[in-house]
Design a protein around this ligand. Structure first.
Ligand SMILES: *Cc1c(COP(=O)(O)O)cnc(C)c1O
Length: 435
């Protein structure tokens, strides 16, 4: 008997099958050959018969050339940090794809000369916040703060309340960021109480600016006091205020979230925020404020290190000018609408023999924003064993496990996803039945 390993077909033989023509075009040689090698290896180890190498290689082909997998967010958390925060609107996705090739990001097609980079996006941002004399865009909220510190307070003091020395997440801490960008911290007040007099005593010739950080991901209750931007602005040095979430105007739905316009009107010289939290855009850091200060920021050599790419500029402009974004829709969807959908899905699943019920489910804003805000909604409740299978499926569905149940919260899914969800659960049930 000859060694069965010698029967394993060679790479060229496998690739001669015309079912590889399209994948080779779409994914490229490297990824396709990797799948073939993996299938050949399985045959050599005797895990599959040599005659199945082609089929196995086809099955092992990845969906796309990137390992990033689209996920259906059934967690009920609108700005899920681990799931990429804000999902973009269709208008933003279209703009982003259109900008992927050559694009006039820094070019004036009429004159054929160089033009201001991202001018359309800067205009849209200025128009969205008339209270800002000028605006600047960088890579993220942290880069916005770093650029401001490096420009206005390198080697000088930033006055900060001890109640605002916050961790954004994963051990990234605002005070560390301010220090690493070149500032010395002048801490004032205590964890729970800081008064205007505390700031007044700390301000001096060495003050670069006073910083106001929105403690966006936690709440302090009880014997507390903090000082608002309006009062801080009476002290002399510029006030730099970090709103975090990116609300441009007050929002009755999120009454406790500060917004860019209000803090500018209260006297902040600069306000910084993220682009991919409540604003619902791509990852970006937005800086709003006085013209002269923004000009100085723009001239800092670090501005180049923090500048955003054409894709971000395109998606951000379309978010600002385009239709309602998915974040807004997920935040405002009516609970009774979610209930109706959950009941339909659960009933359809029960009709197919799956143990499913519509249950009330608490969603959250997430992304380190609006910590006290509970978003009442509805979910489809399944046995906990569904959770892993749904995460491994195509599409990948991420739910929440609560009280021994797998909850698929519908808040962040559009109604057109309901049928996808239904099919995925039925497929998972079939899998569980045979295992
Ligand atoms: C999220 C957040 C940041 C950091 O913004 P990134 O865009 O994540 O870099 C900074 N400050 C506050 C108050 C935040 O909420």
């Amino acid at each position: 008997m000859s060694d069965p390993r010698r029967l394993v077909p060679g790479t060229d033989t496998v690739l001669a099958d015309n079912r590889f023509v399209e994948p080779l075009h779409r994914l490229g040689q490297t990824l396709v050959k990797r799948a073939v090698r993996e299938a050949q290896e399985q045959a050599r180890l005797g895990e599959i018969p040599p005659g199945s190498v082609t089929e196995m290689a086809l099955a092992l082909l990845p969906d796309t050339a990137s390992t990033l997998r689209p996920v259906l967010n059934a967690t009920g958390i609108v700005l899920h940090t681990n799931l990429g925060r804000a999902p973009l609107s269709p208008a933003a996705v279209e703009a982003l794809c259109a900008a992927a090739g050559y694009v006039d990001v820094e070019y004036d097609v009429l004159s054929g000369a160089r033009a201001r980079r991202g001018r359309g996006t800067l205009d849209a941002l200025r128009e969205s916040v008339p209270a800002a004399e000028d605006v600047h865009i960088v890579n993220n909220g942290a880069a916005a703060l770093a650029l401001v510190v490096a420009t206005l307070a390198a080697g000088r003091e930033v006055v900060i309340s001890r109640g605002e020395m916050v961790e954004i997440g994963d051990r990234f801490r605002i005070p560390d960021l301010l220090i690493s960008a070149g500032a010395r911290l002048r801490e004032v007040g205590t964890t729970n109480r800081t008064q205007l007099a505390d700031y007044a005593e700390a301000v001096g010739a060495n003050t670069g600016f006073i910083v106001k950080i929105h403690p966006s991901n936690f709440r302090v209750d009880g014997f507390t006091q903090s000082v608002g931007v309006r009062e801080l602005s009476t002290l002399g040095p510029p006030v730099v205020a970090d709103v975090g979430s990116g609300l441009l105007r007050p929002d009755p739905l999120l009454a406790e979230e500060p917004d860019v316009t209000t803090w500018l009107c209260e006297g902040a010289a600069l306000v910084t925020s993220s682009g991919d939290k409540l604003l619902g855009g791509p990852q970006a850091g937005l800086i709003f404020g006085r013209r002269a200060v923004i000009q100085t920021l723009r001239r800092n050599p670090l501005a180049r290190a923090f500048r955003v790419d054409k894709l971000t500029l395109a998606a951000l402009e379309a978010t600002l000018r385009g239709p309602e974004d998915p974040v807004r829709r997920s935040l405002t969807v009516a609970p009774k609408e979610l209930r109706r959908r959950a009941e339909v899905i659960a009933a359809d699943l029960r009709a197919e023999g799956v143990t499913a019920v519509a249950v009330e489910s608490s969603g959250a804003v997430g992304g380190g924003g609006a910590p006290g805000v509970d978003l009442p909604g509805w979910a489809v409740g399944l046995p906990a064993s569904f959770s892993l299978l749904l995460r491994q499926g195509h599409p990948c569905i991420v739910g929440r496990v609560e009280a021994g149940r797998c909850l698929l919260d519908l808040r962040c899914l559009s109604e057109s996803d309901d049928i996808v969800l239904h099919r995925a659960v039925v497929a998972a049930a079939a899998c569980l039945a045979t295992s």
